[in-house]
Write a new protein. Sequence first.
Length: 369
Amino acid sequence: MTRDADLRYMRLALALGRRGLGRVWPNPAVGCVIVKDGVILGRGWTRPGGRPHAETVALAQAGTAARGATAYVSLEPCAHHGATPPCAAALARAGIARVVTPLTDPDPRVAGRGHAMLRRAGIEVTEGVAATEAEEAHKGFLLRLRQGRPLVTLKLALTLDGRIATSAGTSRWITGPEARRRVHLMRANHDAVLVGAGTARADDPDLRVRELGTDWQPIRIVADSRLGLTVNSRLGRSLDAAPVWLLHGARAAPPTRSAWVRLGAEAIECATDQMGRLDMADAMARLGARGLTRVFCEGGGGLGASLMQAGLVDELVVFSAGHAFGADGTAGLATMGVTAIGARPFELVEARPCGADLMHRWRYAPPAG
């Protein structure tokens, strides 16, 4: 295969893998393409719940024709016995002649062992193809393993002057139906949706994915240090449809905590600062320890500012709408104490119309050094 062909098939494997985002945690969202003589024999991606793996699906499609073929896998094949046998061993049994990967899996159960297992079986292994693209595709999974926390995407729906509500507190709807549908698509490819206590009480959101024809739902999380949200909220009334996790501090009201737990929610105690506010770095570490790889934060302004100040926002998605509410409207982010303009912490990834609104997406890019 030429280098160009390797890149083309690997990019296809990465695209296939992205179909599993939000549905496979704590596993990586992997894609696999099996090719022989320029013909694609099998395609697969990790299925909901993390099983079966992408390689297993693609090998099943290819059948006996996989012997002598090349497998493009968007992350090093696993080498450990878990709920299923190692994918590296399955590739060898199928008679695959060559395996192409972009990255070594940093999971200590794999970490080069998959590549080594393939080579011991006499399979040619090519590493590092489309590595930068794979780092981006697997960013949440890699962050959880390397830093112990999930990737965080912060979504803001703002007026042209950066407001999220009028002076009277009205916020529905700043953006149009196309932008709201795009938000549901974003919810669907994250493991969890997160809001702050103020948003949960003021808007009483449901936070489920709707109108996309999917039964799979993200975890719904509320950051509420004192647990002021009652079980009579929409989140409490819909616990049978999608899980609810509550991030709270040590001062949370015991009766409310007990009521949520009895209902089936998971209450997660987190560290707090001297003012009783949640330590978001600790909160994200606790979510990472539970296997989450991608969290979609939908506000409000206080929670967004806390995540920004802690350096925990990896991606920022802003929907700008053609309204202006003025200085007496509610700002998109709460007070952050910024006094000087330094290097830009975010770089623009894309900007495009979304119905009558503008969507712009930014990636955290700390200055070098």
